[in-house]
Every structure is written in C-alpha cells, then in structure tokens.
Design a protein around this ligand. Structure first.
Ligand code: PGA
Length: 266
C-alpha cells in the first residue's frame, strides 16, 4: 500500500529567523499521523526547521530543495548530499525551476538521484511537461523521457529501497493558479508507473508513490486525492500558509485512512 505524502516546497521563502515558527505552526495544525509530512525550506533555514520540528512534532520530516551532483569541490554556492547529514532526510530533485534557472538536465538530475540515495536522502523526483507539450499531445512522452533518463543506470530496487517518490508537476500549473484536471494527473501517474515498470521497477511499479504538484490548495486538493493513482501533493505557494496546509493535510488524511481500512478511523 502506498503512503499518502504532503510535501511543502517553500522555495526561496523564509530565513532562519522566521522558518522555525512557521514550521512549528504548520506541524501543530497538521497533526495527522496517517499522512507523511515533509517541509523543504531553503538551505539556510534547514537547521531552524529541524530544531523547531524536533520540539513540536518529530514526525514531520525535513527536506532540502536540491543537492549538487558532486560530493565536494570547486562549486561555489553549492551544497552536496553528504553535507545535509543531520539537517535533512528528504530532497527535492529536478524541480522545474531548477531545470529552468540552473540548467538542470535529465542526465544531471539522474546523477543527483544517485548522490541522494548514497547519502540516505529520500528523493522526490520532479517531472512535468510544458504547456506546448500538452497542447501538442506529447505530455506523456515528454514525462516518460524525463523519467527514463533520470532513472537510467540506477538499480530500481535500490531506488525503491530509498523510498523514491515521483512528483508530477506540469510546468504550466506551477505558481500560475492553473491546475491539471484530476483525471489527467491520474492518467499521468499511471503512465509514470508504466515507464518505471518498463525500466525494471519491481512489482510493476504498483508501489511507486506519485504526487501531483502545481497550484495545489486546500480548495482543489480533493480533486487530486479522489484519484486512487495519486498519492499526495507537492505544494509550493500554499505551503507557506498554515491554514492552507491544515486543509490540505486534513483532506490527505481522509485518503490515507481510507487506504488503511476501517480500523484506522478510530
Ligand atoms: P505551486 O508550486 O504550488 O506554488 O504551484 C508547486 C511546486 O513548484 O512544487
């Protein structure tokens, strides 16, 4: 049975002075034990969020927003996977803003994936098509290509053991207030599992968690979680608002409890 995950991508918001308080408030407002919660602040705020969550609710995990593909060296401004030891246990990889602004290619994302797994970080690998791809009817082939390239050369069983999560984030839906339709996102989630299965993922990739991301809010999360193929959300803008996170995680809790069966409701 796949977990239900809500991951907060704070992007370039919050510094060490305010991140801890926001993390604490969100943890308090989202205390839903059946949902896997992750908060991904900027690097400089990882320690503050870690410390705040250790006190408020250690079940909320801390994630980074990227890592470098090398372990160390002359890479000004970069942070490698082993440097996150003690700071983060998850990492977002291949976010479309990194692909756009930092020139990350699928092959580079694949190298980062290897570094994350070596360092014991749980990866959230982002994939998603541009609007022109969807309009031209090639959304699934674009995402299939991104996934295959990033997974190439990795042992699928090792990635599964590392708890790899895929986030399907159509680029045209990120930060725009536009959403994919739930049915389209679900079809893509199944296409992602099919691509992983054909790349050798164990068990036909039935256990591979796939999140939806792109302008998710408390008002639209239900449309995505109504789809059995979708296992949660990667949330950007709305994840900076405790009220929004409370609504999103509450809805995710309904799905998680339904998956666990009737006994879990008590
Ligand atoms: P958004 O961002 O929710 O603000 O659209 C999602 C993401 O980029 O992960």
């Amino acid at each position: 049975m796949r977990p239900v995950v809500v991951a907060a991508n704070w992007k370039m918001h919050t510094g060490p002075d305010d991140a801890g308080e926001l993390a604490r408030t969100i943890a308090r407002r989202t205390a839903e034990p059946s949902v896997v919660r992750v908060i991904c602040p900027p690097f400089v705020s990882l320690a503050a969020v870690r410390d705040a969550l250790a006190v408020e609710d250690p079940r909320v995990a801390v994630g980074a927003q990227t890592i470098h593909h090398e372990l160390q060296g002359a890479y000004t401004g970069e942070v490698s996977a082993p440097m996150l030891a003690g700071l983060a246990t998850w990492v977002i990889l291949g976010h479309s803003e990194r692909r756009r602004d930092a020139g990350e290619t699928d092959a580079l994302v694949g190298r980062k994936l290897g570094r994350a797994v070596e360092a014991g970080l749980r990866p959230i690998l982002c994939v998603g098509e541009q609007l022109e791809d969807r309009d031209a009817g090639r959304a699934e082939s674009v995402v299939d290509g991104q996934l295959r390239c990033a997974l190439a050369g990795h042992d699928p069983a090792g990635l599964e053991a590392a708890g790899l999560v895929i986030a399907y984030e159509p680029v045209w839906a990120i930060g725009t207030g536009r959403n994919a339709r739930g049915a389209d996102a679900a079809a893509m989630a199944e296409a992602i599992r099919a691509a992983a299965a054909s790349a050798g993922w164990p068990g036909g990739a039935a256990d591979l968690p796939v999140l939806y991301g792109g302008s998710v809010t408390s008002a639209n999360i239900a449309e995505f979680l109504a789809e059995p193929a979708i296992d949660g959300a990667l949330v950007g803008g709305a994840s900076l608002k405790a009220d929004e996170m409370a609504g999103i995680v509450a809805r995710a809790g309904l799905t998680a409890q339904a998956r666990l069966g009737p006994e879990s409701a008590s």
